[in-house]
Design a protein around this ligand. Structure first.
Ligand SMILES: [Zn+2]
Length: 364
């Protein structure tokens, strides 16, 4: 029963990931976060390496860059750990030409446990992997709409909703930058980049340095949810060289969507997590992608993000309102329905096997 790979809380997801990784003989490491989870539990970014430390190819699957989006990424990782085809990929390695698989569980464990897309400092981690010696680009579109997106009171008034709808309609179609492209001006806003590398950023870079630098080739799927049609997995490809795009298309097919092109569900953004791989692993061929699954219609997802941002600026909010906002975030990024879960795992399995086959075909 595939839906059984999905957990109900971060704590449960972590326990199952660690137990299964140990049972499968993976090399497990834990990067403990300085803060505690929603249940007072220890939180961490855990990694499990299946296969040889010196395999020439490394296939990375990461989850929970955006907190509760980790329910799906974690289930994909658990399914992969149980998948006999993963073991076969690891076994091929015994001949010396194989592929190791590195699962990075809960890039943003604080957000995963506390049910918020951003991290402990309201940073959107997929806007945080920047060169902080350069100013983050201005985002006049976001600037224009910030006060409507994050109103003074929550839930928002009828007037606020009407004004926001009018403004969103006016701004629709402006993609460079768009509302969600990222901004570095409002720490209590949406899509906030932060002004320095976050804990998760430093942790992911350390994991890459440890596991990635000696490889010949790295493929990386970062699993997300919240954009696109219900249950559909969009394979998103960022800004990389034409050679990398050609290789990615050869592995993954023509339904790979280049995020800089108009048809992507994803906006053009700066500071993506996978962008740090070439920086930390120079000289290694990198083929990265974001897998983005649709959940609820866009207005419901946007409302959840707005509530989350409002709560970041109102730490004294009543418990009932806090719980309501957290619940809305969970529902916006994790659909607790068997059909949806089946679609998530089915598409992930195909994507993972394409990746393993692609890596296997690369010159060693
Ligand atoms: Zn995401």
């Amino acid at each position: 029963m595939t839906a059984a790979h999905f957990s109900a809380t971060y704590r449960e997801a972590r326990q199952r990931f660690l137990a299964t990784a140990h049972a499968q003989g993976a090399a497990v490491e834990s990067h403990i976060h300085p803060l505690k989870g929603a249940e007072g539990e220890e939180i961490a970014t855990d990694t499990a390496l299946v296969g040889a430390a010196d395999a020439p190819c490394l296939f990375i699957v990461s989850s929970g860059t955006h907190g509760p989006e980790g329910f799906s990424g974690s289930a994909c990782q658990l399914a992969l750990l149980h998948d006999p085809l993963l073991q076969r990929a690891a076994d091929q390695n015994k001949g010396g030409g194989g592929i190791a698989v590195l699962l990075v569980h809960a890039v943003n464990p604080y957000g995963f446990s506390h049910l918020k897309r951003t991290n402990e400092d309201n940073i959107d981690l997929n806007r945080n992997f920047n060169d902080f010696s350069q100013p983050y680009p201005a985002n006049p579109v976001y600037e224009e709409i910030h006060e409507l997106l994050v109103p003074k009171t929550w839930p928002p008034s009828q007037t606020n909703e009407e004004k926001l709808a009018t403004a969103m309609a006016r701004l629709a179609g402006q993609r460079t930058p768009g509302v969600s492209s990222g901004q570095a001006v409002h720490p209590d806003g949406l899509f906030y980049s932060g002004t320095a590398p976050a804990w998760s950023n430093k942790t992911v870079r350390a994991i890459l340095r440890k596991h990635g630098t000696r490889r010949r080739h790295i493929a990386w799927i970062d699993v997300h949810t919240g954009l696109g049609p219900y249950g559909h997995g969009e394979k998103i490809f960022g800004r990389h060289s034409p050679e990398t795009l050609a290789r990615a298309r050869a592995w993954w097919g023509r339904d790979l969507i280049v995020s800089s092109m108009a048809e992507s569900v994803s906006p053009r953004t700066m500071g993506h997590i996978t962008g740090c791989a070439p920086e930390e692993c120079p000289g290694v061929a990198i083929t990265p992608t974001t897998l983005e699954y649709g959940t609820l219609p866009n207005p419901a997802v946007r409302r959840a993000l707005r509530g989350e941002a409002w709560l970041a600026g109102h730490p004294d909010a009543p418990d009932t309102l806090r719980a309501e906002i957290r619940r809305a975030a969970r529902d916006a990024f994790y659909v607790d329905a068997d059909d949806w879960k089946g679609m998530i795992l089915g598409q992930f399995r195909a994507y993972a096997l394409q990746t393993i086959n692609g890596l296997a075909a690369e010159p060693k």
